[in-house]
Design a protein around this ligand. Sequence first.
Ligand SMILES: Cc1cc2nc3c(=O)[nH]c(=O)nc-3n(C[C@H](O)[C@H](O)[C@H](O)COP(=O)(O)OP(=O)(O)OC[C@H]3O[C@@H](n4cnc5c(N)ncnc54)[C@H](O)[C@@H]3O)c2cc1C
Length: 577
Amino acid sequence: MDKRKFIKTAGALTLGALTTSNLIASDADEEKSLNQDTKPSSKALTNLDADSKFDYIIIGGGTAGPIIATRLSENTNVTVLLIEAGAENTKEGMLYANGVGQMWTPDTNWGFNTTAQDGLKGRKIMAPRGKVLGGSASINVGSWSRGTAENYNSWNLEGWDWDTIKAWYKKIEHSDKGDKEYRGFDGPMKLEVTPEGTFMTDEFKKASKEVGIGNTDDMNGKKLEGADNWQCIFKNGIRHNTVSNYLDHARLRPNLTVQTNTFVSKVIVKDNAATGVTCFSEGKTQTITAQKEVIICTGTFATPKLLMLSGIGPASYLKSMGIAVVKDIPGVGENLSDQLRIDFGVTAPGGIGKSLRANPEDPAQMEEWRNTGYGPLSVAENTSVAFCKSSKDVPVPDIELMFNINAPMQYGSPPPKNAGYYFNVGLVQPKSKGHIRLASTDPKDTILINPNYLGDERDIKAFIKGYRLAMKYPKTNALGKYSDLSTLTISLDATDKEIEEHIRSKAESIYHPVGTAKMGRDDDDMAVVDTKLKVKGIKNLRIADASVIPELISGHTMAPTVMIAERAADFIKKEMK
Ligand SMILES: Cc1cc2nc3c(=O)[nH]c(=O)nc-3n(C[C@H](O)[C@H](O)[C@H](O)COP(=O)(O)OP(=O)(O)OC[C@H]3O[C@@H](n4cnc5c(N)ncnc54)[C@H](O)[C@@H]3O)c2cc1C
């Protein structure tokens, strides 16, 4: 069926009937990509029986979980259960790039905050995570960003070198750009260069040449450094996360059960082997048996919490919380690392430039998106980026200048009348490490998230240098005409101290936490999983989500999480008897 026609038909449905499954997965092209025998549908949920047994139980239906559920259930001889705490995703706002804000409400976002951050003047900042099928990739901005070969090689882990990982990315990607040496074109993850919106994206690229950062043809190809348009998961203007790209193709398989609205409170371990989970749904608690393996995919914040509540973690800490120790693994909840961002922007002199503001309440914009998949709602204001180095001596890009095509806006205020532009300057290789702790032993309680932002002095130094790179743009020929210097976020003459003050007062997360159940070598005492993603010292238990990423890449975290999930499924399938 013609894609545009299909979208038009779907747009005529009422919102209640508009699910990811019926909008996206009926596309004939997409069905071919996983070569499955079943048509996707919104299969009715199964109510688990008290004595339910499955071969594999996957906890967390976010980014990683749906991939593993799909891949394992390709073997018709095994039974697979995917458990997700959140609900099916039925929000139309999930589907277009500018709908992200609508996804941050408490029904689809866990709504975490960090603990008070010393490095950020005691502020507690937002730490959103998706609480819905599709997880954080149902509420995220959707950029596809793989980092560099050096990032992965620096992990120094057997089987996780760049050549191996590059081959996996090529299998995973369905890219609309790039060189076949680096990129994949037939895989399940559908990627599309994000719409530019206005000519400002081009001006940014011209200005990047003027400031010496340059351009790159493909940030996910041979060269990361330089300005490039984002490539995102909004193919044909519609979000394609791992639910639509993978799970919707598998949901009618009789050997796969997807259980939403079900919260796992514990992994049951007997004689050093995982045997199942305890979960609750609609007030009922039950135990489900895993005959082969339990795979945890609950993400960087929830995975260490679940491990600790299951008695797996640093023994002394568990004892101090009154939790019986099942396995002493000191690295659980440690090594938390996250990227920060800080704004720098300017409005244009009156009458110069162009704004493009998306407004889901504008019926014309909604109609355009429903009919074509495009229009203002499909344009993420942050259209492009330049990865760069804060100084010549750093080994990999440690800064990203995310470019937004509109003038900065105060949250909750009407948009400024004039055009303009702004940067989110991101610190992508932070050295600071923090940790996760339990708020209490009640599984329903929140998580204490302490990323220890800017705790390492090197971070603020690099961040200031990165900020100064963004400050070069208003004086370029390309962007100078759109820059009313009296409206700058911070004066171009600002001292390092003033920039530091701005960063510490205003920086927010880029929402890319990793590392709290890190993968490591056998001789690494702080490693939680080995290079096959098995929890050290416990049989039949793996972790496959962003928590195992040992160190942040010079990029974002969805792409590596997808890669890790595909690899986890591959490791498990190779061990299936
Ligand atoms: C607002 C935002 C914007 C982002 N933008 C980008 C971007 O543009 N590009 C990019 O690369 N990355 C981005 N990210 C990060 C990226 O989305 C994550 O790194 C990635 O989705 C992590 O995948 P995951 O599988 O580890 O966890 P998640 O996708 O968070 O999945 C975990 C799942 O487990 C479920 N769960 C948790 N606890 C339990 C439990 N006890 N029982 C059952 N289920 C449970 C959750 O509800 C969730 O569905 C963004 C993230 C956010 C929040």
